[in-house]
Design a protein around this ligand. Structure first.
Ligand code: KG4
Ligand code: ZN
Length: 338
């Protein structure tokens, strides 16, 4: 089965080819970072228009790279949600129509399920069941995974997502969009002992998160030290990163212990964070699995892979183009199940 995967939910146009026998054959990504940087964040309308410009050339490039043609495809998978509605519509409309034109199935993929499954593209696969920490720009969730589409939500952020908090803290520090990776880079030269930021909701039981108080704490610290010298900026970035990482690690440890499941998958953009990876490995009595850093942030490979898994379980999207800006992962069902 050869599946073309299309990702256009936010600010990356990703196209990839996944073969159920041979694995990932091609994976092409166009990032809109430069387009949005001047505005300090993603401008949805500009994102949609840029996806329209890039999608067809990227599909051609992907097929060329793998030495394949449209006639070789078994199915087309596209991100149907959650994400920016206009951006989603570009990939979904194109993917659904192309599949119809070729007379092959289409698969409507859930973006967070695709993140969750991305570490499984690697050779070192976790056994079922496993716990997944999903940490992206829009979501922070702990999920018990019992199989494809069989997800039990254990906890989630009550306000900002971890990635969103990284992005907002970076903005307060005057760092450029995209905030997460830039803040992490800035924190490298920071002194971890100078400031101590709170670890929200870790002193009470439960697996939910809250990052908005940490955001206010960061803003107050920035205001108290204005104008910021480079070292102040690095020290605050380090304290912020330490606080988010510690909070995530504490909750992951709790989830793994409570479920009695010693396998943790970490997925989504924030899973590219090196300090998070190091700390999880040091502090958890569990095997930790990630995608390759390139597959942690948005990409077409995870959509092609997730689409292929659902295709193999007999799933087919209807002819209508259904996109959803909000789509809880717990609404997914086991393909072919009741
Ligand atoms: O999964 P993703 O690419 O898009 C969404 O589905 O949201 O995640 C993007 C998020 C952004 O908030 C970005 O700042 C964050 O992931 N991120 C990072 C790092 N790389 C990306 N946060 C912290 N450290 C990083 N190295
Ligand atoms: Zn994402």
């Amino acid at each position: 089965m050869l599946v073309l995967g299309i990702e256009t939910s936010c600010d990356e146009t990703g196209v990839a080819l996944y073969d159920s026998e041979a694995g990932l054959l091609a994976d092409v990504l166009y990032s809109q970072v430069a387009l949005h940087a001047q505005y300090g964040g993603v401008v949805p309308e500009l994102a949609s228009r840029d996806h329209i410009r890039k999608l067809i050339p990227l599909c051609k490039e992907t097929l060329d790279e793998a030495g394949k043609s449209l006639n070789d495809l078994s199915a087309i998978a596209y991100t149907a949600g959650p994400g920016l509605m206009g951006a989603l519509l570009v990939g979904a409309t194109f993917g659904r129509s192309l599949a119809w034109g070729l007379g092959i199935p289409a698969i409507a993929v859930h973006h967070m399920e695709a993140h969750l499954l991305a570490p499984l593209i690697e050779e070192n696969q976790p056994p079922l069941p496993f716990i997944a920490l999903l940490v992206s720009g829009g979501h922070t969730q702990l999920v018990e995974v019992n199989g494809l589409g069989d997800y039990k939500l254990l906890g989630e952020s009550l306000d900002d997502a971890a990635g969103e908090a990284f992005d907002k803290a970076a903005k307060m520090l005057g760092l450029r969009y995209p905030g997460g990776p830039n803040l992490a880079r800035c924190a490298e030269s920071g002194d971890p002992k100078r400031f101590h930021f709170p670890r929200p909701m870790t002193d009470r039981p439960g697996l939910d998160f809250s990052f908005s108080g940490l955001k206010t704490f960061t803003l107050n610290t920035v205001n108290a030290h204005e104008p910021l010298a480079d070292q102040d900026r690095a020290d605050i970035a380090r304290a912020f990163e330490e606080a988010v990482v510690d909070t995530l690690v504490i909750k992951c440890r709790r989830a793994v212990e409570q479920a009695g499941v010693p396998h943790l998958v970490v997925a989504g953009g924030v899973s590219a964070n090196v300090r998070l990876r190091q700390r999880l490995e040091a502090k958890l009595d569990a095997t930790v699995y990630y995608a390759a850093p390139r597959l942690c942030t948005d990409n077409g490979a995870m959509i092609a892979y997730a689409g292929c898994q659902r295709l193999l379980h007999g799933e087919r999207a209807p002819l209508s183009v259904d996109t959803r800006a909000r789509w809880p992962i717990t609404e997914l069902v086991v393909p072919g199940g009741s």
